[in-house]
Design a protein around this ligand. Structure first.
Ligand SMILES: Cc1cc2nc3c(=O)[nH]c(=O)nc-3n(C[C@H](O)[C@H](O)[C@H](O)COP(=O)(O)O)c2cc1C
Length: 220
């Protein structure tokens, strides 16, 4: 059966300078090669008004409306796979990514406590498999209080989705190459160390990590 895949982009960095966008490009290229029947669609959160709306006391009564909320929930219910891309921004996902999640995480639409056993909700997006593609300026493990890939994994799992091992490209802002600094992590495995990713730039970084990205894309 052909899958419907939605690629959600949440980086605010200009496309040509963006490690996230280069990672998405390489991952999707390999995904298409190994899943030629699948249909790929894009949702760039920079281009939709909903992702710039933050929940406040002033808009609480209108925030979860048809256009900003139900439309995107229905979109998630009509597909099989999500590729969700986010750079770390102040130890978390981007504001656009958070605004998107705030609009689609709605009780009794994407999760429910009604039928849950003690201690957990029931996720209603069981039709979805989710691939997180994350980047961060610091090498992995520098800021132990911030792990946006884990946050995204937990959030999508809460909504019922199956989670693929996350791809995390780290150290995109650290010029000096220390041999112990982790630069590519997939799932729980540290796969590449050293290298100065700012010197390599987005495109050459993904070319260097190509075999790992290809394997992750094939397995998704
Ligand atoms: C406003 C802002 C805040 C950031 N905060 C963090 C941070 O808390 N931790 C970190 O490791 N990198 C941080 N970075 C660096 C980005 O995660 C990194 O440069 C990322 O690769 C940029 O997005 P891109 O992948 O689209 O290029 C921040 C970048 C910006 C612009």
């Amino acid at each position: 059966m052909a899958n419907k895949v939605l690629v959600i982009i949440s980086s605010m960095i200009e496309e040509k300078n963006s490690f996230s966008n280069a990672l998405v490009k390489h991952f999707v290229k390999h995904y298409q090669e190994s899943h030629p029947e699948d249909e790929i669609n894009y949702l760039n959160l920079n281009d939709v008004a909903m992702a710039s709306k933050t929940l406040t006391t002033h808009n609480f009564n209108t925030f979860f409306n048809e256009e900003d909320s139900d439309k995107y929930i229905n979109q998630l219910k009509s597909i099989n796979k999500v590729i969700f891309s986010s750079p770390m921004t102040n130890y978390n996902v981007t504001s656009m990514a958070k605004n998107y999640l705030d609009h689609i995480l709605v009780a009794d639409k994407t999760f429910s406590y009604k039928y849950s056993k003690k201690g957990d909700a029931v996720g209603l997006l069981t039709n979805l498999k989710v691939q997180i593609l994350a980047t961060q300026g610091a090498p992995y493990g520098w800021y132990l209080w911030g792990n946006h890939a884990k946050y995204l994994e937990g959030t999508w799992k809460f909504a019922g989705a199956e989670i693929a091992p996350s791809v995390l490209v780290c150290g995109t802002k650290v010029q000096d190459a220390h041999e112990d600094d982790v630069k590519l992590r997939i799932g729980e495995q540290d796969l590449e160390k050293g290298d100065s990713l700012p010197n390599l730039g987005p495109e050459k970084t993904m070319e260097k990590f190509e075999q790992h990205i290809k394997k992750a894309a094939q397995e998704f």
